[in-house]
Write a protein that binds this ligand. Structure first.
Ligand code: CP
Length: 315
């Protein structure tokens, strides 16, 4: 069997990954899908300790990394900033030093500030995986999204993906644009002008103004959550207006039943998506969650391998 590997012993952003890295992660994920049975444990992370360090709320990412670590036989510890000594004034770097002193090898990091996973990687000899940092990146979300699409289409070359909604605040959009293009997909975006980053041209992404045109063009609608918690006032006239102009609804599926729809979750049903939209078979929201566990198992497995190589060189 081909020996799978990735280039780096960490993952901070989507462009840390080459096309070969991504396909290695997908192959390892498929191996786990084919071979996992309830109660079965793999020994890829035996002897390693994983810290789930979440400074911002999460359901899918945190639980799937926790499950992935356990299925790979890691010891895992869980840190939640809201119930930690950060509430007593402990700094980020002191928190890292404290966790590191317990013998941790891998850190899964989510933080409200962009750049925190990179800062932590620069200050540890362990491996950091970015589980979502501010408006910057969410690379494992992009991996599970593109894996879901590759399994549906077979190959992403030439597949047309329109990212719809709150691009301005979305780390998912940033990571997906990079991974989708690395795999050969064509990417456009659709959103109100106030929810585009001013420097969108940095990506050279074409904008489709009207949702009906976006659905007509796309093979895939990757719909984003309206991130009301990160939003300054005045960006939208009203939530109802946003929903009327940019929500994906039953009429879109009636016109184009073959449309594939992804959403990273959590979903604001009734705003960016119609209630009960999950009844359409090409709405992949639950499949994304299922794939998230296997993609994170694959990533942990391949990063652990690289970490062992790095440590052997240092020793
Ligand atoms: N998609 C995603 O990151 O969801 P959580 O915030 O629940 O982890």
């Amino acid at each position: 069997m081909e020996e799978l590997s990735i280039s780096r012993p960490y993952l901070l952003q989507a462009d840390d990954l080459t096309a070969n890295d991504i396909q290695s992660i997908f192959s390892r994920a498929q191996f786990f899908i084919d071979n996992y049975k309830p109660g079965v444990k793999f020994d890829d992370l035996k002897g390693l300790t994983v810290a789930l360090t979440f400074f911002e709320n999460s359901t899918r990412t945190k639980l799937s990394f926790e499950l992935a670590s356990k299925r790979l036989s890691a010891d895992s510890i869980s840190f939640q900033s809201s119930s930690s000594s950060q509430k007593k004034g402990e700094s980020l770097i002191d928190t890292l030093r404290t966790i590191e002193a317990m013998g941790v090898d891998m850190y899964i990091v989510r933080h409200v500030c962009s750049g925190v996973p990179g800062f932590l990687q620069a200050n540890t000899c362990g491996a950091v995986i970015n589980a979502g940092d501010g408006k910057h990146e969410h690379p494992t979300q992009a991996l599970l999204d593109t894996f879901t699409l590759q399994k549906h289409f077979g190959d992403l070359k030439g597949v047309k993906v329109c990212i719809i909604g709150d691009i301005l605040h979305s780390r998912v959009a940033r990571s997906n644009i990079t991974v989708l293009r690395t795999l050969g997909a064509e990417v456009k975006v659709c959103a109100p002008g106030t929810l585009f980053p001013r420097r969108l041209n940095y990506w050279n992404v074409e904008i489709i103004e009207h949702i009906d045109d976006a659905i007509e063009w796309a093979d895939v609608a990757l719909v984003l959550r309206l991130q009301r918690e990160r939003m300054e006032s005045g960006l939208l006239p009203s939530i109802r207006e946003y929903s009327n102009y940019y929500g994906v609804n039953f009429e879109h599926f009636a016109k184009k039943p073959e449309l594939v729809l992804l959403h990273p979750g959590p979903v604001n049903y009734g705003i960016e998506l119609d209630y009960n939209i999950n009844q359409y078979p090409n709405v992949k929201i639950q499949t994304q969650v299922t794939h998230g566990v296997f993609i994170r198992m694959a990533l942990l497995s391949l990063i652990a391998k690289q970490l062992k190589v790095k440590r052997a060189k240092v020793a």
